[in-house]
Design a protein around this ligand. Structure first.
Ligand code: RAT
Ligand code: ZN
Length: 401
């Protein structure tokens, strides 16, 4: 059916809401992975984005805060950011969106009574996957963290929903230590890291490998033979390397996980990388607003570079609105517009509903413009496009069904 200016908005909204999502980058684990699987209101409040906001908005000392148990941390965040202050930031708004979705009214309820009500409504990852319409997601799996990696020694979890990725930051952060770990896990003394990755591959069947880099560490990819070996191995496996560019770790060490910030990156080097390894596939996201225009231009020049998502400090509505349009203007719909980066399962609900709220009016603008130019838009076209944006583009790039 060909749509008209009058009915396209609702049809588009229904299709956006009804399309299952493939989430390309999360920090989630299946419920079976005890100690790593996070769910519930307290975990939601103890998100490092909110911790950073708390520690900078108040005079609470970071080490005192981290000495508290989870309940005390969460109730402090609730009290300081949601009761004493107006919760307007994106991270706070996320919590409120989830409460609204669960029909939990705040009124003057105590923190603990909200917790109880919340925990009655969200009891498993299934509730979250249903509410967010996420059909499968990619975890962040560190092969050099043997406790975390022990997930792959078990089989009683859903490998069709929770897909693996190999996070390789440790190789950059502490090469010697990482090499030692790889040696311990393999009998091969030559090309140990790659031998170990091969072993990890057959345990986990990852859909990509990933590393976060900045100006200081990007060179290692060219300089160190180990990375050449890794790139050759990835090419043979047809696995993309996801490059998360422009992070500076521990800008404020005291803040722990909440203390990372923005570092520099030179995207000319990314362009060199794409040229030097034309048969490798690169998924790329940049943390700084400053790099977005150049990154988009590069994605027009290198077929082996695919932009994905609005990473961390980029994941703010004001920024997304502007940059999403710029990406569409230059790339059409040939990129992966979003990932959730969720650490607590429940966050899938707000990360995706917030994105859809931005996506709908922006896409509508483009479709209205096409209708104005007499280009016919059918429901089938909308289904095709939304499926590509929320799932198909990523899956195709990863070569998964
Ligand atoms: O967004 C985040 O949660 C950050 O802490 C990082 O984990 C980042 O997404 C990363 O994958 O390095
Ligand atoms: Zn992440």
């Amino acid at each position: 059916m060909i749509l008209s200016s009058d009915n396209i908005s609702n049809t588009l909204l229904n299709i956006i809401n009804g399309t299952p999502i493939f989430d390309l980058h999360t920090h989630l684990f299946p419920p079976k992975h005890e100690g790593y699987f996070l769910l519930g209101f307290k975990n939601l409040l103890n998100y490092h984005y909110l911790i950073a906001e708390l520690l900078t908005a108040t005079n609470i000392d970071a080490s005192t805060f981290y000495s508290y148990n989870d309940e005390k941390k969460a109730s402090l965040i609730w009290n300081e950011l949601f009761e004493k202050r107006t919760p307007v930031s994106e991270a706070c708004a996320g919590v409120l969106s989830i409460l609204k979705e669960l029909k939990i009214v705040i009124n003057n309820k105590s923190f603990l009574s909200i917790c109880d009500e919340y925990d009655n409504k969200i009891q498993s990852d299934k509730n979250v996957l249903e509410l967010s319409n996420v059909s499968s997601l990619v975890m962040t799996n560190n092969p050099f963290d043997l406790d975390e990696w022990s997930l792959f020694n078990t089989n009683d979890w859903n490998k069709k929903i929770y897909l693996a990725s190999l996070r390789l930051d440790d190789i950059i952060v502490d090469y010697e230590e990482t090499l030692k770990k790889a040696k311990d896990q393999t009998s091969n003394q030559e090309n140990t890291i790659v031998t170990y990755l091969e072993k990890c591959y057959s345990q986990s069947y990852p859909v990509y490998a990933a590393v976060s880099l900045n100006l200081d560490t990007f060179h290692t990819i060219f300089k160190d033979t180990i990375w050449k070996d890794i790139l050759v191995w990835l090419e043979n496996k047809n696995l993309p390397l996801s490059l998360m560019l422009g992070v500076k770790r521990a800008v404020n060490k005291d803040f722990g996980l909440a203390g990372d910030g923005i570092g520099d990156i030179n995207l000319k080097e990314l362009s060199n990388l794409c040229n030097s390894f034309p048969k490798n596939k690169f998924l790329v996201t940049c943390l700084s607003l400053n790099d977005q225009h150049e990154l988009t231009v590069l994605a027009r020049k290198h077929p082996n570079l695919k932009i994905f998502g609005f990473w961390w400090f980029m994941n703010q509505p004001t920024i997304i609105k502007q940059i999403l349009k710029m990406r569409i203007d230059m790339l059409g719909f040939s990129f992966i517009p979003q990932h959730s980066d969720a650490r607590v399962s429940d966050q899938l609900i707000y990360k995706w509903s917030h994105f859809k709220k931005i996506l709908h009016p922006i896409l509508l603008e483009y479709y209205q413009d096409l209708l104005d130019k007499n280009f016919p838009i059918s429901e089938n076209i909308l289904h095709r496009d939304i499926d590509s944006l929320l799932s198909g583009n990523a899956k195709k790039y990863l070569g998964i069904k």
